[in-house]
Design a protein around this ligand. Structure first.
Ligand code: NAP
Length: 260
């Protein structure tokens, strides 16, 4: 299936590692230009080089997305370099463990800044270009918005808001035929996941217990499986899909676990 992404300019936040890296690579494999926006220039460059050596097109922009001006810089630099933007994939985030008891109002606001504000800021600044192209947006959310996790109020609030903004933006952007969807991962082995599981007591046992409860095949979802859905959603093959929250999680969030 040709996804029709040849030379489409696609911004992938946090596109150098984990799920974002898989998305950047798939965008490039499909002929698109992966614009990787992430805080670490070396990480960005490593993924850009990997894509280029495989014959794809990619470009890195170093940006700390928690800063509004840095979000603006990502959009301006992309337009300067490639002339326009066809899609924004909001993916960067961190499960930073700011709880009710162990957190503070300041830490809570800082968590929203790390996990939520840049999703809005990037789409806000990219809008003039997305309008020209009938572009699309995919947000990467989390099952935590639906299930809770405990001790992570900032992350849970951000991911819940991202689900709400998906519906809100899908409605607001109907007149421009800009589609907005969200992909929800649950358990995907990435640098972020490794850090999180290792922060728990008995990480090996905890991991085995989680994996045994994933209904489909008792295994984690791969970053590539998240990337496949994400890239499909920005493609013309999803041309009548908007405002959807799609769980790519082997049934972990919703299926009856007593069946497996
Ligand atoms: P990851 O392995 O940590 O990769 C995220 C990348 O984004 C890293 O390169 C990170 O840089 C960068 N980044 C994060 N915040 C940034 C910021 N404010 N400014 C610039 N760069 C930033 O994470 P992942 O596991 O692939 O997660 C990607 C998305 O999936 C997140 O939104 C996460 O909430 C969601 N998710 C993941 C899982 C899972 O199981 N992995 C489950 C549910 C939801 P540094 O390495 O320098 O921090």
């Amino acid at each position: 299936m040709d996804l029709g992404l040849k030379d489409k300019v696609v911004i992938v936040t946090g596109g150098a590692k984990g799920i974002g890296e898989a998305i950047s690579k798939l965008v490039a494999t499909e002929g698109g230009i992966a614009v990787i926006a992430g805080r670490n220039a070396e990480d960005n460059e490593k993924t850009v080089q990997a894509i280029k050596s495989a014959g794809g097109k990619a470009f890195g922009i170093q940006a700390e997305l928690g800063e509004v001006a840095e979000c603006r810089k990502v959009i301006d630099t992309t337009v300067k370099q490639f002339g326009t933007i066809h899609a924004v994939i909001n993916n960067a985030g961190v499960n930073d463990g700011v709880g009710l008891e162990n957190g503070s109002p300041e830490k809570f606001m800082a968590s929203l800044q790390k996990n939520l504000s840049h999703y809005y800021n990037l789409v806000h600044y990219a809008l003039p270009e997305l309008k020209k192209n009938k572009g699309s947006v995919v947000n990467i959310g989390s099952k935590v918005a639906t299930t809770g996790q405990g001790n992570t109020s900032g992350y849970a609030a951000s991911k819940g808001a991202i689900n709400a903004l998906t519906r809100e933006w899908a409605v607001e952007l109907l007149p421009y035929s800009i589609r907005v969807n969200t992909v929800i991962p649950a358990e995907v082995w990435t640098p972020l996941y490794e850090t999180w599981i290792n922060s728990l007591p008995n990480p090996k046992e905890k991991l085995a217990s989680i994996v045994s409860k994933i209904p489909l095949e008792q295994r984690m979802t791969t970053s590539e499986e998240i990337a496949s859905m994400t890239v499909f959603l920005i493609s013309a093959h999803s041309s009548h899909t908007t405002g959807q929250i799609v769980y790519v999680d082997g049934g972990y969030t919703h299926l009856d676990r007593s069946i497996s």
